[in-house]
Design a protein around this ligand. Structure first.
Ligand SMILES: [Ca+2]
Ligand SMILES: [Ca+2]
Ligand SMILES: [Ca+2]
Length: 176
């Protein structure tokens, strides 16, 4: 954003507002969120708890294809492409109704399920995982299984205001 004001002496006062998003150390900025790959293998509930304990984050809510691709790219870049990761959705409340947890926190419009998933195998698949060996497609799986996981949190936004005066040369003082 640029804000211009002109004084009669031909001095121009310009102010620029620069906003810069940044993530905590060890987190990766992709688009409008910060992500962290939890490398130890935990149950879904323990993974969600671990995210909450770190930077007040939550298991990743993959709301758009752009976000999905960005997360996949980050996983590949960090060499974890052959692993499985818990994501933040469950159908714990109503079987077959998937939502990002905590319930109602984000709309569930985009999805990237693997073929024949979710299948609620054995009546016990209620948590969502992303599987690197299946081109990062989503599976419903037993929440008690242990997997790596992806945490997501909002970046901190620093606003910097840069202000300076410019003295204009006489030839430019002909503005109406
Ligand atoms: Ca998200
Ligand atoms: Ca289920
Ligand atoms: Ca399944």
């Amino acid at each position: 954003m640029t804000n211009k004001s002109k004084t009669s002496s031909g001095v121009e006062n310009k102010a620029y507002f620069i906003s810069q998003a940044s993530c905590p150390h060890g987190w990766t900025l992709e688009g409008t969120s910060c992500y962290h790959i939890g490398r130890e293998e935990l149950t879904w509930t323990d993974a969600q708890r671990m995210c909450e304990h770190h930077k007040n984050s939550y298991l990743a809510r993959v709301e758009t294809e752009v976000e999905d691709k960005a997360i996949q790219e980050m996983i590949r870049a960090q060499g974890h492409h052959s692993h499985k990761f818990w994501l933040g959705a469950t159908d714990w409340t109503v079987e077959g109704e998937w939502q990002w947890e905590p319930e109602g926190s984000a709309s569930f419009t985009y999805s990237n399920w693997a073929h024949h998933q979710p299948n609620d195998h054995g009546g016990n698949d209620n948590c969502m995982s992303m599987e690197g060996e299946s081109m990062f497609h989503w599976y419903d799986d037993n929440c008690s299984n242990k997997k790596k996981y992806i945490c997501e949190t909002a970046p901190s936004v620093d606003m910097t205001t840069v202000e300076y005066l410019t003295t204009k040369s006489p030839s430019f003082q002909t503005d109406v």
